[in-house]
Design a protein around this ligand. Structure first.
Ligand SMILES: [Zn+2]
Length: 125
């Protein structure tokens, strides 16, 4: 389940400007989190009026204070196992579980790029 810290975040998440693949990926992460750990994901930030990927409607932050670090790492691995952020720049990832100075504790940062693709298994080829 995907929850929102406030109504503004809910409307931003539904906003047509938010990348639709990103919305799909965040719903997928929330479904996995619910299935594995019986916990929802909380959307904590969508658009931010600043230069950067949040300002471009290509990033969403989520959190859940009841999840353990290993569970959060597992969720990030699950998402990064499905999606490639940019096949030309493999050092970047779709889901980061990190701590950013000035933005509270550790949280999930989901991001997409115009080149973001589904990570197919070799056997699917
Ligand atoms: Zn972020």
């Amino acid at each position: 389940m995907l929850n929102f810290q406030n109504e503004n975040l809910k409307s931003e998440f539904k906003d047509i400007r938010l990348n639709e693949l990103l919305r799909f990926i965040v719903f997928g992460a929330a479904a996995y989190c619910e299935f594995r750990y019986r916990e929802p994901l909380w959307v904590t930030s969508v658009n931010r009026p600043e230069p950067g990927i949040h300002g471009l409607w290509r990033a969403v932050d989520c959190d859940n204070d009841y999840l353990q670090i290993w569970q959060k790492k597992d969720i990030a691995e699950y998402i990064n196992g499905l999606w490639i952020y940019d096949p030309y720049r493999m050092k970047y990832q779709v889901c980061l579980h990190h701590t950013v100075e000035g933005r509270g504790g550790d949280h999930f940062h989901f991001q997409v790029h115009p080149f973001t693709i589904f990570r197919r298994k070799i056997s699917d080829a």
